[in-house]
Design a binder for this molecule. Structure first.
Ligand code: GUN
Ligand code: ZN
Length: 451
């Protein structure tokens, strides 16, 4: 695609920042990243077959060919990661914490899947001990897949959201999440009131927003289950606490869309239910958007909000083909989400592959190169969440990284050993890589998986 995206100009960074003053580590690896957006910059992929990343206090100080970095920093100890691929940590912009134990409810459309699979499990999160176990399973799954930052749909229960933030803090995950709020059409035990939504949200924000690596996301489940009163309570939180993120669902399934139309007879369309409440902005991430109108796309672009594309979920729930070309042509920013448990697992490699398949198969689909897939799985998420210190290996950014190192004898190992270029190896990682190939994960320079 050649449509420029004016909302996220490439960061201008010097190749090397300050000289290190205390111990720094030089990582030697085949690395790839997308410091620019390949939908707008044809040469956005930076691939170094023998690269060096100088890291100090969790921040990348210098990046480039290993030989160049070595000459400039002859005394830095070297960690040799050759033999695999080093990528920026993945950024999942739509994934449900309470659904990790119900992945795989295949064969149902959205509203039936919610009734039969997701919501009964979400009701169990009232039990704090249960929620703590789910938080461990969930965050273990994310990090195990190489995800270092996630915009997470939380729980309807404030205690379970606390449990999530505690586990995120313990593990070091960069997490943006919040209390999910609804007041109709789910199950009684998942419903709240506007006042309680505001009060519980405020208490969680005061505890967790900006604490360490965690941020708060105001999260009405979707307009189908949220009255205008709940949406207004969400807007009040956004007004009262600047810097919060906002997330919800939109235009996923045709039955859902018709129900929202019936519930909001005065709204122009689905987006308008959020827009009228003042919830659409630069810090808004709306998941799915499989069936948008042109008006919705132009308003999303004007407000610089993001559509989180969840291709495995769209396939598993039969929601439809994501109109990526229409989003790009309208100037709407797009990132990637696994949508566990409507989605089929945590790997953004798999999501990238499924996005590629679906664009290949749909009329007017966008051909997605390995660079596009890497961008969607990394920098696009950093842009969506407005986290400019993540998403690539540019100097000045945090060292959030995933080392893919397939076991000897596996097909991916064979490809890595014989690939004609790092880009070919990257394509193979998307085609066939899984969490079993994730050897080590760093967040802010800390090893959070592997050794
Ligand atoms: N895929 C998906 N869509 C939703 N819309 C409202 N809730 C959900 C959910 O849990 N998963
Ligand atoms: Zn979802």
């Amino acid at each position: 695609m050649t449509t420029p995206n004016p909302h996220f100009p490439p960061q201008q960074q010097p190749a090397t920042l300050a000289q290190p003053t205390s111990a720094a580590t030089l990582y030697r690896a085949t690395y790839l990243h997308t410091p620019r957006n390949p939908f707008t910059h044809p040469d956005a992929l930076d691939a170094q077959s023998d690269g060096g990343l100088l890291v100090q206090d969790g921040v990348i100080l210098a990046a480039g060919p290993f030989a160049d970095i070595r000459v400039a920093h002859p005394d830095a100890p070297v960690t040799d990661l050759r033999g695999g691929l080093l990528l920026p940590g993945f950024i999942d912009t739509h994934v449900h914490y309470p659904q990790v134990r119900v992945i795989g409810g295949l064969g149902l459309p959205l509203l039936d899947w919610l009734d039969q699979c997701a919501l009964p499990e979400e009701a169990r999160m009232a039990d704090l001990a249960y929620a703590r176990g789910v938080a461990r399973d969930f965050i273990g799954g994310l990090i195990g897949a190489g995800t270092t930052t996630a915009l997470v749909f939380g729980s309807h229960f404030a205690g379970a959201v606390d449990a999530f933030f505690e586990e995120a803090t313990r593990t070091g995950l960069r997490a943006v999440t919040g209390l999910v709020v609804s007041d109709r059409l789910l199950r009684d035990e998942l419903h709240t009131t506007p006042q309680r939504a505001y009060d519980e949200g405020r208490a969680l924000i005061e505890r967790w927003h900006g604490a360490g690596r965690t941020l708060y996301a105001v999260t009405p489940r979707f307009s189908l289950s949220a009255s205008e009163g709940i949406l207004d309570a969400c807007a009040a939180l956004m007004r009262d606490f600047p810097g919060l993120r906002f997330t919800s669902h939109i235009n996923e399934n045709t039955r859902e869309i018709q129900t929202v139309r019936d519930l909001f007879p005065g709204a122009r369309d689905y987006l308008d239910t959020y827009e009228r409440a003042g919830l659409v902005g630069r810090h808004s991430v709306l998941a799915h958007n499989v069936h948008p109108t042109d008006r919705e796309l132009s308003v999303m672009a004007a407000h610089r909000c993001t559509a989180a594309h969840c291709p495995c979920s769209n396939s598993a729930l039969g929601s439809g083909f994501f109109p990526l070309r229409r989003h790009l042509d309208a100037g709407v920013h797009v990132s990637l989400g696994s949508d566990v448990g409507g989605g089929t697992g945590f790997s953004l490699l798999k999501e990238g592959l499924q996005a590629h398949f679906m664009q290949n198969l749909m009329p007017g689909g966008v051909p997605l190169s390995p660079a596009h897939l890497l961008y969607l799985a990394t920098l696009a998420g950093a842009e969506a969440l407005d986290l400019p210190h993540t998403g690539s290996f540019e100097p000045g950014r945090a060292f959030d990284a995933v080392h893919l190192r397939p076991a000897p004898g596996t097909p991916l190992d064979a490809v890595f050993r014989h690939a004609a270029s790092p880009e070919r190896a990257l394509a193979a990682a998307f085609a066939t890589g899984t969490p079993a190939d994730v050897a080590r994960v760093w967040i802010g320079g800390d090893t959070v998986l592997g050794d």
